[in-house]
Write a protein that binds this ligand. Sequence first.
Ligand code: PMP
Length: 406
Amino acid sequence: MYDVQAIRSDFPILSRQVNGKPLTYLDNGASAQKPQVVIDAVAQAYSQEYSNVHRGLHFLSNLATDKYEAVRGTVARFLGAASEDEIVLNSGTTEGINLVAYGWAMPRMEAGDEIILSVMEHHANIVPWHFLRERQGVVLKWVDVDATGALDPQAVIDAITPRTKLIAITQVSNVLGTKVDVKAITEAAHAKGVAVLVDGSQAAVHMPVNVAEIGCDFYAITGHKLYGPSGSGAIYIKSERMAEMRPFMGGGDMIKEVGKDEVIYNDPPMMFEAGTPGIVQTIGLGVALDYMMGLGLDKIAAHEDSLRDYTSERLAGLNWLNLQGTTPDKAAIFSFTLEGAAHAHDISTILDKRGVAVRAGHHCAGPLMDHLGVTATCRASFGLYNTKEEVDTLVDALELAHELFA
Ligand code: PMP
């Protein structure tokens, strides 16, 4: 049984008011709120258990190291990875994808080699590949979504040529909510010797993920969307790919020995974790993932699917609302504009007056905005603690905005 009211009481911020109204937090796609267990773990780490990790021999350093290192195993369990050695801990998806760009792709790609991207990618899964285009003449090939926002996996597979080295693709769009069949894409890509990076920033929040089942080479997640602290995250890297990688950032912790004329790197995954990490953020991430797994990833997904269906139904009744992405195979993320030309920012300001937090803008998805022919949308994105009553509050606030701008 999924007791959403009990779950809501785990998140202290959800009981606050905004602009004199109860908070209706629908900006989870940007960042999720934190349960008390995560807040307590962060406070405990700083107040009782803090020290730098890995290099101390004293009690607190060992304690902090044990707590930090345990998160590698938690992430591996959360993602269904065979070994915690396939997990690089980092500050989030952006860092994870840059690591793959610099550590794996740059050393092995030449002018004319190709990377396939979907038009739905977030800038974090675009800009690092532009670096390869600018510096090495790598060609970026884009695959469009259809009019419902769905992405046909076959279209991605058909874009593969003998020059394709990598497919970098999101599993869930942060704008449309569209789910992508990354397993089918990976199977076909591997049959042709092409590696696959999956941006799991949104997917891991809304559905159980199993990287062994997907078979992908890289899978990036970001902690702050997973109810954990900002500045935490991880990337799964298949061991064969990790063995092919060169270090990206150099510094302390990623080495075994450093002399004037030589350097011996640490073993992977430590080789890819230079400098003092986000110790407390990462400890908090481990607690957040345990919290999610404790609720049940299947149960969270089922709850959010029912919110998605209810929201789709309610929004379909608003004939002045243009919903972007109508495919039913999606997560509970809704982007829209209103007829009457009110700018997305104006709509979000009105919703905010009703205590409803949504995001307005391009959502770091420039190519998708071009594809849709809009400059900005409003986005309502749901999380594990949202309710049907909050969907009603959103719709009431949208009706008010419509009346004001009609
Ligand atoms: N990819 C997707 C699909 C996202 O939604 C986001 C965050 N909006 C990112 C990548 C980047 O995540 P971060 O900024 O935490 O690195």
